[in-house]
Ligand binder design. Structure first.
Ligand SMILES: Cc1cc2nc3c(=O)[nH]c(=O)nc-3n(C[C@H](O)[C@H](O)[C@H](O)COP(=O)(O)OP(=O)(O)OC[C@H]3O[C@@H](n4cnc5c(N)ncnc54)[C@H](O)[C@@H]3O)c2cc1C
Length: 301
């Protein structure tokens, strides 16, 4: 469990308080609010706040005075239309604020998504905890021989044991040195902002991350995808579950048109039309590269 008893008590205290509001709330999100969803070995995702619901999207699209809801079917149809036609601004009317604890090498991928507001734990101000991501044995894999950006077979036996031991002992040694450099016992003690540079990229950091629903969907489309690295994908998967509870109609449209959908090039569309007309099209006659052909077959094959 990534939470200390004190942190859990803070969360319990916050959940014991409630406020009356005229704003829209979503029961599924109220149930999740502040609670830690565990990810990896020490990581977490918590919903700190959210604004809007499915109705906020249709309300904005219609620029209506009231809640804007005509009927659920109406709202569902409109949300699906907006998603299908990339009419994105109504989705920006909903926002979510998450507390995320994640290894630094995952944070480096995550921070590339620039359309969010971030405030990270300060390792200049505070001492980092002795918490390092050590992959579970089933995720300790060799370099893929077919994908330069991925992993292949799981390591086994002596090699797996040796790699795990190296990861653990390097993390421990780096943290021991971090602590000893900071220590003021009989020495001045190195500044926290400098001592941290000795820590490996699997040390955990934390941040508050606020993003609107449109940009969150963009993040999820890239990071909940099987091509994304496992260690960021597990965070995206947890957030998908949260979003499903928050805006179920918008999430269903996102699954339909983005996560489960596919985008075809003009040449690929022409190939599909030729196939439907009964022609036997091969990669050589398709006008597509081998890679594009493989991707198209992945969609229609
Ligand atoms: C599988 C995978 C592999 C990757 N590999 C690499 C890699 O090897 N090296 C690497 O450096 N990165 C890599 N990335 C990161 C990737 O290139 C993007 O930086 C990252 O996914 C963020 O996407 P984004 O810029 O669309 O998102 P955001 O920053 O959230 O932006 C969302 C959208 O806003 C618009 N936008 C935001 N800022 C600007 C701007 N300044 N100017 C114009 N438009 C803007 C764009 O339309 C953008 O798509 C990888 C990502 C994935 C998912």
């Amino acid at each position: 469990m990534p939470l200390s008893p004190e942190q859990q008590a803070d969360i319990d205290d916050q959940r014991a308080e409630s406020h009356q509001t005229l704003r829209a709330t979503v029961p599924g999100m109220e149930a999740r609010l502040y609670r830690a969803h565990e990810v990896l070995d020490h990581g977490l995702v918590r919903v700190i706040d959210y604004m809007g619901d499915d109705a906020a999207i249709t309300q904005a699209a219609r620029v209506s005075y009231g809640r804007g809801t005509k009927s659920v079917q109406n709202d569902e149809g409109l949300i699906r239309y907006l998603m299908r036609h990339w009419h994105s601004t109504p989705f920006e009317m909903c926002e979510i604020k998450l507390h995320v604890k994640l290894p630094v090498f995952v944070a480096r991928q995550w921070i590339r998504h620039r359309t969010a507001n971030v405030n990270e734990y300060s390792a200049r101000y505070s001492v980092l905890d002795r918490e390092f991501y050590i992959p579970a044995p089933e995720h300790l894999a060799a370099q893929s021989s077919i994908n330069n950006q991925g992993r292949g077979a799981v390591l086994e036996g002596d090699e797996a044991a040796r790699v795990l031991e190296t990861l653990k002992s390097d993390a421990d040694r780096a943290y021991d040195h971090y602590e000893s450099m900071l220590s003021q016992d009989g020495q001045q003690g190195l500044a926290r902002e400098l001592a941290r540079m000795n820590l490996p990229a699997n040390v955990y950091t934390q941040w508050y991350w606020k993003v609107d629903l449109h940009n969150l969907f963009h993040f999820l489309r890239l990071r909940a995808d099987p091509h994304a690295q496992y260690e960021i994908r597990v965070y995206a998967d947890v957030i998908c579950e949260i979003v499903k509870d928050w805006v179920p109609l918008a999430y269903a449209a996102f699954e339909e048109y983005r996560l489960g959908g596919a985008q075809l090039s003009a040449t690929a569309v022409a190939v599909v039309k030729r196939m439907i007309a009964g022609e036997t099209v091969t990669q050589e006659t398709s006008g597509l590269t081998k890679r594009e052909w493989g991707e198209l077959m992945g969609v229609v094959g």
